[in-house]
Design a protein around this ligand. Structure first.
Ligand code: HEC
Length: 155
């Protein structure tokens, strides 16, 4: 009797566990992509500061951050945007607009635009402050182009 009850309890648990696993996967995806974008920002920030003259220009440091951006822009971000993780699905924890999922080709194109701008930046980051500035501006424009269309201003 006791065993039967335990077995029944275990059975009724399994669908619940499946739900938790799905919730965790969505949570993980949102966390991963937000961490990814944070890392992008953490590499653009020092470059922008150098380009503006707020921080002394260093060819070595500029190249390092540009190369980090090169590695990051090669990451395929699609797995971190599973269905059901837009800001309409998960209020308060993501700014990803639902049109990412209805226009994934357009979204992917913006990611391509970033990769192109970053490749150009890698070519000029070590060449001097003015050259770095031009490259950073292009990268900033590529970030903004995607945010304008696919990221909400607020959570
Ligand atoms: C292909 C589109 C795309 C490109 C290109 C892009 N972003 Fe974003 N970014 C997003 C989306 C979508 C979000 C919202 C993610 C979320 O809230 O789930 C975001 C969020 C962010 C965030 C906030 C992270 C957080 O903690 O919520 C930062 C910072 C950021 N992006 C910086 C950048 C920088 C810097 C670049 C360029 C080097 C860039 N992004 C390029 C789409 C993009």
């Amino acid at each position: 009797m006791r065993l039967a009850l335990l077995a029944a309890a275990a059975l009724s648990l399994s669908p619940m566990l499946a739900d938790i696993a799905v919730a965790d996967a969505a949570d993980d995806a949102v966390k991963a992509r937000r961490a990814y974008f944070t890392l992008l920002g953490a590499n653009v920030g020092p470059l922008a500061a150098m380009a503006k003259g707020e921080v002394e220009y260093s060819a070595e440091t500029a190249t390092l951050h540009a190369d980090n951006l090169g590695a990051l822009s090669a990451v395929m971000i699609a797995p971190h945007f599973p269905e059901g993780t837009s800001k309409d699905d998960r209020f308060g924890d993501t700014r990803a607009l639902p049109n990412i999922w209805t226009d994934f080709a357009g979204f992917a194109e913006k990611a391509e635009g970033l990769a192109t701008a970053v490749a150009a930046l890698q070519g000029v980051a070590g060449a001097g402050r003015a050259e770095l500035g031009g490259g950073v501006q292009q990268v900033g424009a590529a970030c903004k182009a995607c945010h304008d269309d696919y990221r909400a201003a607020d959570f």
